[in-house]
Design a protein around this ligand. Structure first.
Ligand code: GSH
Length: 297
């Protein structure tokens, strides 16, 4: 459960340019959704991005200079943990990314990716050109008439797919693994059937990309390469067993047109399997396949 759950705009956290910083790591699927939202909304000049490197076994996320800067550009610190301690010296929860930081109040706005995504969709609109504001768009990321449907799909996709791959990969008993893997693949089957409906093509809710696509994408783009091999989600592969999901995934990934704001899905997908190999298997051995990692359309 994420601990910091404030919203922008609100009394203490108004929408302001050059005030907030998003700390992320490109490997992390939860951070990836916030990066896609940031890019699709054109927030480059409004919310600063800082990447933290993979977990140091002793200190967690850190500023290594290999991936992201050598030191945090705001405070010069070395570890994301220090930001959590600055926000709350008593903090003893998990140190996770993504993290939305407020430079003015020197505190964490939120460490819950689903809520950061929603803030990025609408929270900064008054600072953006008119045509980028959700109310003015022909294709808002959460159209009002689809809101309940999107929430419903997000709900089971979160539980059984986004979080599901972690439940499988980190299961501590055979029973827990069996339960999570059954739910994961029945949800993938359900998504494959969902895409068979002409109202759900080419994207999950029709002609335009919505939040539901973004949230599913960041898990499925890692599926064959990372979750199938390293997290033991190995009943079926997207590329071999789910033709509609595979088309949907590759369309999002390879598109460079206006629907993807010039290709944000590909541009933001950047993750080495070695990061996951360390976390899941503990020995850092990277599986060779499948190759290529992402098939052409
Ligand atoms: N609920 C959080 C989860 C974020 C999360 O679990 N991030 C992982 C990286 S993929 C993390 O930072 N893990 C570090 C840890 O648990 O120590 C969100 O969606 O923002």
């Amino acid at each position: 459960m994420s601990r910091f759950r404030n919203f922008i705009p609100s009394e203490h956290f108004p929408a302001e340019a050059d005030r907030y910083v998003l700390y992320y790591n490109a490997c992390c699927p939860w951070a990836h959704r916030t990066i896609i939202a940031h890019a699709m909304k054109g927030l480059g000049e409004v919310v600063q991005l800082v990447e933290a490197d993979a977990r140091d076994p002793a200190h967690g996320w850190w500023f290594s200079g290999r991936r992201g800067p050598e030191r945090d550009p705001i405070y010069g610190i070395k570890y994301v943990r220090d930001l959590y301690m600055r926000a709350d010296p008593q903090y003893n929860g998990r140190v996770t990314v993504p993290l939305l930081w407020d430079k003015k109040n020197q505190t964490i706005v939120s460490n819950e990716s689903s809520e950061i995504v929603r803030m990025f969709f609408e929270g900064f609109d008054q600072l953006l050109p008119l045509e980028m504001r959700e109310v003015n768009k022909l294709n808002p990321l959460i159209p009002q008439y689809l809101r309940a449907d999107i929430d419903e799909v997000n709900g089971w996709v979160y539980d059984t797919v986004n979080n599901g791959v972690y439940k499988v990969g980190f299961a501590r008993s055979q029973a827990a693994y069996d339960d999570a893997i059954t739910k994961l693949f029945s949800s993938l089957d359900r998504l494959e059937a969902h895409l068979a409906d002409p109202r759900h093509q080419p994207y999950l809710f029709g002609e335009h990309i919505t939040e539901a696509d973004i949230r599913l994408f960041t898990t499925l783009i890692r599926f064959d390469m990372v979750y199938y091999t390293l997290f033991k989600c190995n009943v079926k592969m997207i590329r071999l067993d789910y033709p509609r999901l595979h088309d949907w995934l590759r369309r999002l990934y390879w598109d460079e047109g206006p629907e993807t704001s010039g290709g944000v899905f590909k541009l933001t997908t950047n993750f080495p399997a070695s990061g996951y190999a360390q976390v899941s298997a503990g020995n850092g051995i990277v599986p060779a396949g499948p190759l290529p990692h992402i098939l052409p359309l």
